[in-house]
Design a protein around this ligand. Structure first.
Ligand code: SAM
Length: 296
């Protein structure tokens, strides 16, 4: 059974009386080439555990199971669970979990799969992500320190452009700095909207996030670093002096001193700063925050 074939998808929908849900971001892939590119881009080894987010009717799941030691697929839609039981019945190395990925303890899954001896290699997270929660899924995985080697995921092209943008680009923002702090990112491919059923309004792209073992900058406090990024891009049209005024309780005069000490022109905007410049600012802010706390 070719799961990516529109004929198969139609047949399954009819037999199970399954209605595709727009609110769950259900746009299924119908192109073998794209499936191959995602699987290749993920770099799955024969000893690896693959965690798939949102298997749908199982197109990527089956392809991943051909390469990996074990695949755990997390699907929120209860109507897809019996369908996956049928489409994936030929694979002994697939486990489907009926759950919301945002409420799932991924490290718990990784730990229990390793302890059960189901894999000994790396953890690769893959998925054609539901568009409505792409950013929360990616950021939750990165911020929670999920013990995976990489994430290879499809998303709206516009979101992918923002994530991989660099300083000076119009699309560069807080999500770019945050994602690039945690990962080395490369684009695997772009995907035209015509290869999905139903067809979405926009094109997609697949990004591969290789999760860094060592971060690119040293931080006194991640919390302060992310607060500075949020403040800077929160008022992205303002100068740094204005946008950072008040961040972590640090006033305008001190922000001016911090920028001066770091050799950063106070009239620049956040969208021009590299990750190392954000780190220099954040570390100086963190140092002053500690100083303030100890003198209070
Ligand atoms: N992997 C399939 C494919 O590529 O054809 C389906 C991808 S479809 C874009 C997204 C899938 O994620 C759907 O099956 C949807 O039901 C599921 N999904 C949506 N929200 C979810 C959540 N919070 N947790 C887990 N799965 C979710």
């Amino acid at each position: 059974m070719e799961l990516y074939s529109p004929v198969t998808i139609r047949d399954i929908r009819q037999r199970y009386d399954f209605q595709l849900s727009k609110s769950l971001g259900q746009n299924f892939i119908t192109d073998r080439n794209i499936i191959d590119k995602i699987i290749e881009g993920a770099g799955i080894g024969s000893g690896d555990l693959v965690i798939e987010i949102g298997p749908g009717i199982g197109v990527l799941t089956a392809a991943a199971a051909e390469k990996a030691a074990k695949v755990v697929a997390i699907e929120i839609d209860s109507k897809l669970i019996p369908i996956l039981g049928e489409t994936l019945c030929g694979y002994e190395n697939i486990e489907v979990i009926h759950a919301d990925v945002l409420k799932t303890d991924l490290n718990g899954i990784i730990r229990s799969q390793r302890e059960a001896g189901n894999f000994a290699g790396a953890v690769r997270i893959i998925g054609n992500l539901p568009y409505y929660i792409t950013t929360p899924i990616i950021m939750q995985i990165l911020e929670n320190g999920v013990k995976a080697g990489s994430l290879t995921v499809m998303m709206q092209k516009e979101v992918a452009d923002r994530i991989k943008a660099g300083p000076g680009s119009k699309t560069y923002g807080a999500i770019s700095v945050a994602a690039q702090y945690y990962c080395e990112i490369r684009q695997v491919t772009t995907v035209p909207k015509e290869v999905f059923v139903p067809q979405p309004k926009v094109d997609s792209a697949v990004l591969h996030f290789e999760i860094r073992e060592e971060k690119p900058v040293e931080l006194a406090s991640e919390k302060v670093f992310f607060a500075c990024i949020k403040a800077g891009f929160g008022k992205r049209r303002k100068t740094l002096l204005n946008s950072l005024d008040g961040v972590c309780g640090i006033g305008r005069k001190e922000i001016k001193d911090i920028l001066g000490e770091a050799g950063i022109d106070a009239s620049r905007r956040a969208e021009t700063l590299g990750i190392d410049e954000f780190a220099a600012i954040a570390n100086a802010v963190a140092e002053r925050t500690v100083r303030q706390e100890t003198t209070e």
